[in-house]
Design a protein around this ligand. Sequence first.
Ligand code: NAD
Ligand code: TDX
Length: 339
Amino acid sequence: MPETFEPRNIIVTGGCGFIGSNFVHHVVREHPEVHVTVLDKLTYAGNPENIAGLPEDRVELVVGDICDAELLDRIVPGHDAIVHYAAESHNDNSIADPEPFVQTNVVGTFRLLEACRKHDVRYHHVSTDEVYGDLALDDPARFTEETPYKPSSPYSSSKASSDMLVRAWTRTYGIRSTISNCSNNYGPYQHIEKFIPRQITNIIDGIRPKLYGDGKNVRDWIHTEDHSSAVWTILTKGRIGETYLIGADGEKDNITVLRAILKAMGRPEDDFDWVRDRPGHDRRYAIDSTKLRTELGWQPQHTDFESGLESTIAWYREHEAWWRPAKAATEAKYAKQGQ
Ligand code: NAD
Ligand code: TDX
């Protein structure tokens, strides 16, 4: 087992987004010795409510852009690690308007790496399984750390670019970094543009859910809490310069997920609309997380998808005030795209 790194004062970029805020809650709950500085620009996807109520002596919010080198020079010194979640994260948005994806995901990562180089701070890079492109439905293969990069969308190619920067900065400048590539997350605080919360909030609003293409595309679902424990494990026990894939054996096709949502919400299983497919829509993602499990001893704890879905549905029912302000605009954007 590699030596353990014991961070005390970390920066979490994108800590007001879906997965970043779940990670901040995880750290506050599980690691009382750690102080978190959240750096977040508060784009449409960032909401300070996601971390409201956490103890002020444990969590500080700095509102700012990861692309702002001067800001990074002010806040990075004194921290012992950056955990980088901030990104433009939605594939459909990247197809409609790719520029912010290149700016935040590529240039933003470059700025953070430069700050880590200058101030000698450890860096964990949160990435996605989408950098590997897609697999055929009838292919028994799953992605491993050795799978070649073959991203399909502006989003996934910007994430792939950022991963490459991390590898180059690690090899050339000796940045102390680790990378993780995780599969599709679900759980509380996910923006309602994404598949699962979009359909849950549609049903609450009496709108029929929308399924792209033939509905057979497969995603490998993981509860966001398991993603958080995996990132903490890699940050503290991972080997410098290594990549770890994070997944919880949760492959399901979209129509199965949608029918499970409809059933859990008391609707007939065919009560949805087929809509225009996403251009370049990846067919299947599947993660082999053997390296993380055997080398670092990580195990997912929330693998019962039906019960995870039920608690996620309950969360959206109980937090209508949180998602309501974004609902009309999100659906108007989809309607314009025929989705
Ligand atoms: P999200 O869109 O919910 O949140 C992104 C956060 O980053 C927001 O709070 C936003 O305000 C902030 N942000 C955006 N641009 C910024 C900038 N220039 N400077 C500072 N802050 C900025 O995203 P998410 O779904 O929580 O994804 C978080 C990370 O996890 C991303 O890097 C994404 O690629 C990765 N990831 C996501 C999934 C998934 O299923 N959602 C799976 C694997 C990996
Ligand atoms: O209304 C919808 N109907 C539909 O059929 C939406 C919004 C999506 N879909 C399909 C497209 C995908 O096959 O559902 C699947 C999941 O879609 P998204 O929630 O948009 O996720 P995906 O494109 O798979 O990417 C997600 O997982 C990997 C995250 O958004 C990325 O940030 C992450 O890297």
